[in-house]
Design a protein. Structure first.
Length: 281
């Protein structure tokens, strides 16, 4: 199945004339897509694994992204990231919130031209990102033979800044997914499927198939995790990002420091490094 999904990522994109980002045309794909924006505008969502935490968690992290949309030209982004997970009246229902609280970016004229950005008087900027609000439902608890299953519904605000510089897009979006996971001794495997939707321009929206496969290895206080995930939009013009992600975490009491590496494989021309800390209460 992973091979089929990867082949979807490699399908050729539409060849269209370069239309300025700020003047989209209904006759062409909008270009409001992951390939043509900063790394925080259209991220591939982090996945659940068939279970959700039954306690409060607060996560803070710093990110460094470097991207090569065109040869010899680099988009460099740093941000401060925040995520909060709050259980409700039952351990099987919880709320989540996350956002890049602060972002600093830098790119040159080649990146600006490749993204069809008309504004050309600024190469360094500072932004506040989009906020995400989600509800998580643990609909099936894991048993001896059966896997655990979760549902998640998430909406995105339009709070991100600098659409004219292709950092964020000034429109709402949402996604929903289901994750199935099963522990196999020290290993845990999970599979995710769903859909992701965002408004593009002139009343249109892009609808994408969301997918992911995740594996983790837990040894005492150490956790190693790998994930292949992405989504595939209908416009087929920069809207089919897929990524490969690795994470290593160390559980020490209520604290969990971690390091994350993410590599964009298609339509997400960024490499991400993250150092973070999760507090469990």
């Amino acid at each position: 199945m992973c091979g089929i999904l990867f082949l979807f990522c490699l399908l050729p994109a539409r060849a269209v004339p370069p239309v300025p980002l700020t003047r989209p045309d209904l006759y062409y794909p909008s270009g409001i897509a992951p390939r043509f924006f900063g790394p925080n505008a259209f991220p591939v969502p982090d996945l659940l694994d068939g279970q959700i935490p039954d306690h409060l968690t607060i996560e803070e992290a710093v990110d460094y992204y470097t991207g090569f949309l065109v040869k010899g030209a680099t988009d460099i982004t740093q941000d401060v990231f925040l995520r909060v997970h709050v259980p409700l009246y039952s351990h099987r229902v919880s709320l989540s919130f996350w956002m890049p609280v602060f972002e600093r970016w830098h790119y040159d004229a080649s990146i600006r031209e490749a993204r069809r950005v008309e504004w050309d008087n600024q190469d360094i900027g500072y932004d506040t990102g989009d906020a995400y609000f989600g509800i998580n439902i643990w609909i099936l608890e894991e048993g001896l033979r059966r896997p655990g299953m979760t549902l998640r519904f998430v909406t995105k605000t339009a709070s991100g800044n600098n659409f004219g510089y292709a950092r964020f897009f000034d429109a709402p979006g949402y996604f929903a997914d289901a994750s199935i996971g099963k522990g196999l001794g020290l290993f845990r495997l999970s599979l995710t499927g769903g859909f992701l939707v965002w408004q593009s321009d002139n009343g249109r929206q892009d609808d994408a198939l969301l997918y992911g496969l995740q594996a983790s290895y837990n040894l005492s206080q150490l956790q190693l995790q790998g994930c292949f995930s992405g989504y595939y939009g209908w416009e087929r013009y920069g809207d089919a990002p897929c990524t490969l992600k690795g994470r290593i975490a160390w559980h020490h009491g209520q604290f969990e420091p971690y390091f994350l590496f993410q590599r964009g494989l298609h339509d997400y021309p960024f490499t991400q490094l993250r150092v973070g800390l999760v507090y469990h209460h």
